[in-house]
Design a protein around this ligand. Structure first.
Ligand SMILES: Nc1ncnc2c1ncn2[C@@H]1O[C@H](COP(=O)(O)OP(=O)(O)OP(=O)(O)O)[C@@H](O)[C@H]1O
Ligand SMILES: [Mg+2]
Length: 491
């Protein structure tokens, strides 16, 4: 539809500052995703070292992120503080991690009420400005204030260049009334900050690995966490595929626990949320990790796929096709590549499933052709089920044992069955939901049920139960409860 704007009546509808700035708080960042968003800006500003720190002072605690990037002049700080500092439609350089011109503000306000930015360009003067939500609430104006927390006023005096982002009045992290001495609150703050460290070691692992940046968390250098375990020789690597212009996928199937080089390596591979949660796609945008284990709605997470991790690499030129969000924590594959992604993932999951079931397979290989399993998987009319392998030597010897000591033979048999129920394989089968499990007793020879029922019935009569009592007892007994009509026929 074409509208002629050249001669049209207009009315001004400027957003109310106090109300609007509060809505910036509702984007839904966590502390760790908010810090990561600030670090994106540092990386885009060519920082080499980034220092994440905290000062505990109860409700007055402070978090700061300092970098040694190219910094900003006084005017540039003001521009950076403007919501919508840059149009999302503008083309960005490939190394720019930004998109919306909002992250600095939305990430900060999601955690605190005072956002101070202090910056200095190479040998220039230090400048600083603060967004104070309380001031905006009071004035209802889009106005910054010239203020910085006392202890940070000289923060950049001794460095050549760089920027420090300071969050104070952290009402979303620590309730404002919290006292310094509140040990419980202090521990919670520490734990939240610990999570920040782990999140950063994952989100920026490529930058740390290729030595682009160093991250320091409370003075300690953060080690990168690479989800694909590059130092493990037993990782199975899938071929790289293109799924659109400049977008690639590459799958990795981690080894089974026993095939990790060490217990420590295995524990480390588990990551922040455990193997099961960490399965799925890892979406990188310009080497920065957006999503760490998510099937993007294409398949379901399953315990049996927990060793499968697939990297997707996106350049920032496809941001709008992939619907990258402000927080840089979501991505939706465009329709055009979904099918290919799904096929790629399913293939990797097929291999992942085999590794997951590993134990039996390894034994099979070691023992050659003669490996005997106590349970065998069968399939009938697209329904799968498991049977006890009657040919197993153990069953034969139980039969022999039964001649001398039937009680012991039955006990031994039951014990072996209990111990060897193939739960992992059943679980894995259940997960591959294309075929369904056969219903229990659905095609059992009815005469077996009948004769067993008859036998129990007669035993119960011999024990002094009336026919009525014996029948009602059978109705309370698995699996006979499903055969009420047969029970009624018993006389
Ligand atoms: N640490 C920094 N060093 C230098 N410039 C910075 C720094 N942080 C922010 N800026 C400037 O402020 C601008 C606004 O940052 P902001 O995070 O709000 O938006 P963005 O990074 O452009 O986009 P996005 O909303 O996707 O993060 C940046 O484009 C950059 O020019
Ligand atoms: Mg940004």
């Amino acid at each position: 539809m074409h509208i002629d704007f050249s001669n049209i009546q207009t009315a001004s509808a400027v957003p109310g500052a106090a109300a609007m700035i509060e809505t910036f708080r509702a984007i839904g960042y966590s502390l760790e995703t908010a810090v990561a968003d600030i670090i994106d800006n540092s990386i885009s500003a060519e920082a080499k070292n980034i220092y994440i720190n905290r000062v505990w002072k109860g409700g007055e605690s402070i978090i700061s992120i300092r970098d040694d990037g190219y910094g900003m002049s006084n005017e540039e700080i003001i521009q950076a503080m403007r919501p919508g500092a840059q149009n999302p439609l503008e083309e960005r350089s490939l190394t720019d991690l930004g998109r919306f011109g909002l992250g600095l503000k939305t990430a900060s306000f999601s955690q605190c009420r005072n956002l101070t930015v202090m910056s200095k360009q190479e040998e220039g003067a230090v400048s600083y400005w603060t967004w104070s939500l309380d001031y905006v609430a009071q004035s209802d104006k889009w106005e910054l204030i010239k203020w910085a927390p006392d202890e940070y006023i000289n923060a950049l005096d001794d460095v050549a260049r760089g920027t420090i982002v300071i969050w104070s009045h952290l009402d979303r992290v620590i309730p404002s009334a919290t006292r310094d001495e509140d040990e419980n609150a202090k521990r919670k703050f520490s734990e939240a900050f610990d999570k920040v460290k782990r999140h950063l070691s994952m989100t920026f692992h490529r930058f740390m690995e290729n030595k682009t940046i160093k991250l320091f968390w409370c003075g300690h250098e953060i080690e990168p966490w690479n989800p694909f375990c590059p130092n493990e020789s037993k990782v199975q690597i899938r071929p790289t595929e293109y799924i659109g212009e400049n977008v690639t996928v590459k799958g990795y199937i981690l080894p089974h626990k026993n095939n990790f080089s060490s217990e420590v390596a295995f524990k480390n591979a588990e990551g922040m949320y455990g193997f099961s949660a960490h399965q799925g796609f890892y979406v990188y945008r310009g080497d920065r990790l957006l999503l760490a284990g998510d099937w993007l709605g294409l398949i379901r997470k399953e315990e049996s796929y927990k060793l499968v991790r697939i990297q997707i690499d996106l350049p920032n030129s496809v941001d709008s096709d992939w619907q990258i969000d402000i927080k840089k924590s979501k991505a939706y594959p465009p329709v055009s590549c979904r099918q290919q992604l799904e096929a790629y993932a399913k293939q990797a999951c097929g291999i992942g499933l085999e590794v997951y079931k590993h134990r039996g397979r390894i034994l099979k290989r070691r023992a050659g052709q003669d490996f005997q399993t106590l349970w065998s998987e069968k399939k009938k009319d697209d329904k799968w089920y498991f049977v006890v392998n009657r040919e197993h030597s153990m069953i034969k010897s139980v039969k022999m044992m039964a001649q001398d000591n039937p009680d012991r033979a039955i006990e031994v048999l039951l014990k072996f069955i209990e111990e060897s129920i193939p739960t992992k394989t059943i679980y894995a089968r259940e997960a591959k939901d294309e075929d369904t499990q056969k219903q229990p007793y659905s095609d059992i020879d009815i005469s077996i049920v009948k004769s067993m029922m008859e036998q129990i019935y007669q035993n119960q009569l011999a024990d002094g139960l009336t026919p009525e009592q014996a029948r009602s007892s059978l109705k309370q007994m698995e699996p006979f409860n499903d055969y009420e009509n047969l029970i009624e026929d018993l006389v």
